[in-house]
Ligand binder design. Sequence first.
Ligand SMILES: [Zn+2]
Length: 351
Amino acid sequence: MNRDKFGQTLSKYKLGIVLHTEDIIINPWFRLLEVDATQMCRGMDSAPIDFCFSDSNSIQAYAIYEERMVVVTKGMFSMISKLAMIMVSKKMFPALGSVGDPEWSPKLERTTIPLRQLLNSEEFDWVNRRPEWIASKERQGLFFYLLLSLFRFVVLHEIGHIVNKHGDKHRTASAFEVDQVGGSTLSREQAVSSQAKESVADHFAFHRFLNLLHRELKLKGEDELLLMLKPHLFSDVTGEIGYSLMVSYLFFSIMDRGDWWAGDPYTFSHPPAPFRVRTLLAGVQEFGAIGLNADECGLAVAKAALGAEAIVATSFGRFPDMYWLDSVSGESYKNIYQEIFEELPKWQWNG
Ligand SMILES: [Zn+2]
């Protein structure tokens, strides 16, 4: 790893300084997963892509085009660490470690605020605030794998911007892409292009994530961690699709602005979370994935959509939104989504 070179690139675009992961004592997972991201970035495209963390508390990830670099902020990684911690502590996947059924005590006031605000209330500190399940090999394995999965999805989304050449000078003027919690506000013309780019990066991330999982299960099927998790998280190929959709859904939910129903969709940099999920579902149902046909995928999709919302509701003590998939189907969204769909081929690189 060349931290001097990465530091120069970050400073060129005023994106802060490189994080020295070995210094983050309270979250040792930074160091471990930096290695995973570095390896993943190297092998994803015909030319290598670099990876580093930046030392910033903002919740962001960047794709820098000319230098072919993916950057994740300290704040983003801390947020997904907290999400994985909450899920394991709230007894999701209870058969792993036989922890008993999760207790669900929903509160209305927790249901109406964005998820990221619920995550921000507790600091992530693996060393001084050891979770009570720390002695359980199964619970610790689950925590690690959820964190790894969420992190891979973030990195793959950024790789998706680079591989699909979203920084191509003939198509856009931006030197780098920013994915931040809540997104940002743009002009009408920029917003449609931006949301189309995001949808392309989402598709890339989802399919690469799923293929990576599928390949690892085939090649490293005897790995102790995967053997332990497989019956609970992804027992067959339908389960692999379901798990990949759950990870995407969790990421979209925490990144979502949360108040999009009150705003003008023609000014959003990123589509609302339900729309991002819908476009993934539509793609999987129409074209299939990892050797399953469209009908078989449809079943996986239906199960995963309900399951992911139930996990969020239980982990955060919220009432589930049973209509979240329908919430962006109204008349007011019809035109903009038609425009986004028409714009998609422009941002999909097939060369
Ligand atoms: Zn993006």
